[in-house]
Ligand binder design. Structure first.
Ligand SMILES: NC(=O)c1ccc[n+]([C@@H]2O[C@H](COP(=O)([O-])OP(=O)(O)OC[C@H]3O[C@@H](n4cnc5c(N)ncnc54)[C@H](OP(=O)(O)O)[C@@H]3O)[C@@H](O)[C@H]2O)c1
Length: 270
């Protein structure tokens, strides 16, 4: 791609999206124009980032150059959105803004950036190792070229799903909050192993391998999750004893409600 790309906020997720594109030479460092908020981040990128991209501090006059880029990735935190204002003197028509902000609707983006076509994207933290999940919702009037550009940003590092916007909050709850829920489960199960006398590191390794093995088994076999549960649950055995505790503590319900709650929270950002 030879377009100039503006990156508004170059934190963890922007880094995870942009660096593989630079690694694979899909974009060139001289075409990347990014803006950050603090001197510390500016210096850090200038000194330590492995590519010589253009980087500016948000209050520097030169940072206005980002508004001359037709393509923009908005990757600040949702609560920082009020600090960003579209420049009134845009050089180009057909400007595209791709937002990865949790919960911020296309409608709000379009009001905030009236001279841009807006795309709302939800991605998740495994994108940092190229195993992300990305949901995309297109705003009004996005061209095929703009769709292609947006997909190019994410297809290297994640599986892409296209949705209408009403599905994005629940997609976010499952895929973006999900890693924290799974981390909590891994931690808790490992503590169970620890309580039974296993060293912490071994216990955590066993839990993670067990989860990977179980997930792969479900994916590769024709077993449903219920089939699998029944397969390993014998009458009066250890597994039914464990499951009984989980049912008594309403763990199933707590997990369902955790996803509903994350989705509702995402809706509040609109
Ligand atoms: N973390 C996740 O799991 C995850 C997953 C998917 C999507 N997201 C979404 O990704 C977005 C970014 O998350 P993150 O974890 O990458 O955040 P982050 O690491 O805190 O990065 C935010 C970036 O925005 C910059 N910034 C703040 N105010 C700015 C301003 N006024 N002008 C220009 N730049 C500004 C910050 O600069 P300074 O460093 O100088 O302050 C920083 O570079 C969020 O909206 C989040 O909802 C996050």
């Amino acid at each position: 791609m030879t377009h100039n790309i503006a990156i508004i906020g170059f934190g963890n997720i922007a880094n995870a999206i942009v660096t593989p594109l630079l690694d694979k030479k899909i974009i060139q460092p001289e075409n990347v124009f990014c803006v950050v908020n603090t001197e510390k981040s500016l210096e850090n990128i200038k000194k330590n980032y492995k590519y010589d991209i253009n980087v500016y501090k948000s209050d520097a006059k030169e940072s206005k150059i980002i508004w001359d880029c037709q393509y923009k990735l908005l990757s600040i935190k949702p609560q920082q959105l009020n600090d960003i204002n579209e420049d009134h003197y845009l050089k180009n028509k057909d400007n595209l803004l791709v937002s990865i902000l949790a919960g911020v609707s296309i409608n709000r983006l379009t009001q905030k950036f009236p001279n841009h076509k807006c795309v709302r994207v939800v991605t998740n933290i495994p994108i940092t190792i190229g195993k992300g999940l990305t949901g995309i919702s297109w705003g009004e009037g996005i061209t095929q070229d703009q769709k292609q550009f947006t997909k190019k940003l994410f297809e290297n590092t994640s599986k892409i799903y296209e949705f209408t916007e009403d599905y994005l909050d629940i997609f976010l709850a499952l895929t973006s909050s999900g890693p924290a829920i799974i981390a909590l489960i891994i931690e808790a199960l490992s503590d169970g192993g620890l309580s039974g006398g296993l060293p912490k590191i071994l216990s955590e390794e066993l839990v993670m391998e067990m989860i990977i093995g179980t997930t792969n088994l479900i994916k590769e076999s024709k077993l449903t999750t219920s089939d699998l549960k029944n397969l390993v649950t014998s009458p009066g055995g250890t597994t039914i004893s464990a499951l009984r505790v989980l049912e008594k503590k309403s763990v199933r319900s707590a997990l369902i409600e955790s996803i509903v709650s994350a989705s509702n929270r995402s809706k509040e950002f609109r």
